[in-house]
Design a protein around this ligand. Structure first.
Ligand SMILES: [Zn+2]
Length: 147
């Protein structure tokens, strides 16, 4: 079973979190301080309405995927991001923004094309990767923000 050690956002204690249980819908709590530990095991869909809460104010670094359903390379990137969301659970949030349905957030990043991946820390862009990228390339750009 996949049980990474994930740091509690409230007290900093390392908790062994069985991702199988998170995938099954259970919400883990910290063994030391009992605070809830929101952990994504798959990409999270964000919208113009939820962007501030789900991305800008999120406690973890966010890899934001700007995509659209008609974009072939975006669809090819999707399984890579699905896998990374599990591999980086509790360390990075992977958020997906449909640029056609969310023009306000899309305009903020002035994408000249999609897919566009943006690395954000506390709402600030720290890096971006345009176009279809490999898992290894994406990981390399995430390494500076992983703790
Ligand atoms: Zn705790």
């Amino acid at each position: 079973m996949d049980t990474p050690v994930i740091r509690c956002p409230a007290c900093g204690a390392g908790n062994r979190v069985p991702l199988e249980k998170v995938r099954a819908g259970l919400n883990p709590i910290c063994g030391r301080c009992k605070a809830p530990m929101p952990i994504d095991v798959r990409p999270v869909t964000v919208t113009d309405a939820s962007f501030t809460r789900e991305v800008d104010r999120w406690r973890l670094p966010v890899l934001l995927d700007l995509w659209a359903p008609w974009c072939g390379p975006c669809r090819m990137l999707a399984p890579v991001l699905d896998e990374l969301a599990g591999a980086l659970a509790g360390r990075v949030r992977i958020a997906k923004l449909n640029v056609d349905e969310n023009p306000v957030s899309a305009a903020r990043f002035q994408a000249r094309g999609i897919p566009l991946l943006v690395v954000l820390v506390a709402g600030h862009e720290v890096d971006r990767l345009a176009g279809l990228r490999s898992r290894a390339e994406i990981l390399r750009h995430l390494e500076p923000v992983l703790t």
